[in-house]
Write a protein that binds this ligand. Structure first.
Ligand SMILES: Cc1cc2nc3c(=O)[nH]c(=O)nc-3n(C[C@H](O)[C@H](O)[C@H](O)COP(=O)(O)O)c2cc1C
Length: 345
C-alpha cells in the first residue's frame, strides 16, 4: 500500500478530521475485506509477558481507539496486541478544539484531547460486538470532574467493569491533559492507589475465577529518584507491569516549531530518546522482576530495537503510525525480533 499518497491527502485536513476519516475509511475497507489485502502482517513471533501469550511484540498504544470502536480494522494491521481507551466511567467531551496538532518537521504530535470518550458502557458494548480475537488491553482513567483525591473510585469502577473483556488492564496516571492526574504517580497517593488496585484485582480474581494482569502507564517527565520510587512501589504492590511512557511536557526538542507552545503532551520522534532513558532506568530499578512495555517515539525499526535493548519486553506505537502508516508494524516487528534474539544470545 502506498501510504505516502494517503498521508498527503490526510495531512491536508485538520488533524482531528483526518483521524476520524482514516479510521472510518479503515472500517469501510475492513467491511469490504480489503484491509488484510493491503497490509503486510508480521510472522508469528510469540512472546510471553504478564502471563499472556502475545503473537508478536508490537502493539497499538492507547488513545487512537478511545472507545474500542475500530478494533476490527486495526486488528488486521498485524499488531500483536491493541490497547483501547483511555476510557472514563462516564462519557465526557474532552477539551475544546483545536486540541490536536501535527509537527511534521519533527514527525511529532502535540495533543491535549483530555480523555474525550463515550464512557465505560459504550466501550464495553463496542468490545462485545467486535470480531477482534487478539490480545486486548483496556486503558482506564478518571473523569475530569472526579476530584483527584477520589480518583481511585473511578479506576476501581473501570477495573470491575472491563474485567471480563480485557486481557490486561492499563492504569493511566500519566496523561498531562487531566489536571492533577500525574500527582497520582507520587508519594503516598501512588502507594495508596496501587494498594487499592491490587486489593480489587485480588477480589475480582476470587469472585470471577480468572486473573487479569494490571500494568501502570507512566510519564516520561520523572527524574531518576521518582522512577526508583515508582519502580519500588510497583514491586511492593504486586501489580503486573509498567508501560513507559506517555507523552511529554518537555518542548526543548521542538522549540523552533511554530506550534511548540501549544499546551498538551508531545509524542513522536522527539520523545524517543527520553522514553528510552526512562525504560532503561525502570529496567535498572526493576531488575527483571516486572515487565516493561516500551512506548514513545517509535518511528522505525532502530527506535524500537533501542527500547528492547533498554529492557522493554513489548513495544507500542501511535504517532509513528500516523507518519509512516501500517508498514511500520512489520518493520518494527522485524527489528524487535532481531533485538530480542541478540539479547537472548
Ligand atoms: C492524539 C493522542 C491521544 C492519546 N491518548 C491517550 C490516551 O487516551 N491514553 C493514554 O494512555 N495514552 C494516550 N496517548 C499516548 C500514547 O499512547 C503514547 O503513550 C504516546 O503518544 C507516545 O508514543 P508515540 O510517540 O508512539 O505516539 C495519546 C497520544 C496521542 C498522540
Amino acid at each position: 500500500m502506498n501510504y505516502s499518497l494517503i498521508r498527503a491527502l490526510l495531512f491536508r485536513l485538520p488533524p482531528e478530521s483526518a483521524h476520524h476519516l482514516a479510521l472510518e475509511s479503515a472500517r469501510l475497507a475492513d467491511r469490504l475485506g480489503l484491509v488484510s489485502r493491503l497490509t503486510n502482517v508480521p510472522h508469528e513471533q510469540p512472546v510471553e509477558v504478564m502471563g499472556l501469550r502475545f503473537p508478536n511484540p508490537v502493539g497499538l498504544a492507547a488513545g487512537l481507539d478511545k472507545n474500542g470502536a475500530y478494533t476490527d480494522p486495526l486488528g488486521q494491521l498485524g499488531f500483536g496486541f491493541i490497547e483501547i481507551g483511555t476510557v472514563t466511567p462516564r462519557p465526557q467531551p474532552g477539551n475544546p478544539k483545536p486540541r490536536l496538532f501535527r509537527l511534521p518537521d519533527y514527525e511529532a504530535i502535540i495533543n491535549r484531547m483530555g480523555f474525550n470518550n463515550h464512557g465505560l458502557a459504550a466501550l464495553m458494548s463496542n468490545v462485545r460486538r467486535s470480531r477482534y480475537q487478539g490480545i486486548l488491553g483496556i486503558n482506564i482513567g478518571k473523569n475530569l470532574d472526579t476530584p483527584v483525591a477520589e480518583a481511585a473510585t473511578d479506576y476501581l469502577m473501570g477495573m470491575e467493569r472491563v474485567w471480563g473483556l480485557a486481557d490486561y488492564i492499563a492504569v493511566n496516571v500519566s496523561s498531562p491533559n487531566t489536571p492533577g492526574l500525574r500527582d497520582l504517580q507520587e508519594g503516598d497517593a501512588l502507594r495508596r492507589l496501587l494498594e487499592q488496585l491490587k486489593a480489587r484485582q485480588e477480589s475480582l480474581h476470587r469472585e470471577r475465577g480468572h486473573y487479569v494482569p494490571v500494568a501502570v502507564k507512566v510519564a516520561p517527565d520523572m527524574d531518576d529518584r521518582a522512577i526508583r520510587f515508582m519502580a519500588q512501589s510497583l514491586l511492593d504492590s504486586g501489580l503486573d507491569g509498567v508501560i513507559a511512557t506517555n507523552t511529554t511536557l518537555d518542548r526543548s526538542a521542538v522549540a523552533r516549531d511554530r506550534l511548540s507552545d501549544e499546551a498538551g503532551g508531545l509524542s513522536g520522534r522527539p520523545l524517543a530518546e527520553r522514553s528510552t532513558q526512562v525504560i532503561a532506568a525502570f529496567s535498572d530499578a526493576l531488575a527483571g522482576r516486572l515487565p516493561i512495555i516500551g512506548v514513545g517515539g517509535i518511528t522505525d525499526g532502530a527506535s524500537a530495537a533501542a527500547k528492547i535493548e533498554a529492557g522493554a519486553s513489548l513495544v507500542q506505537l501511535y504517532t509513528g503510525l500516523i507518519y509512516r502508516g501500517p508498514e511500520l508494524v512489520p518493520e518494527v516487528a522485524r527489528a524487535v525480533a532481531e533485538a530480542q534474539s541478540k539479547g537472548a544470545r
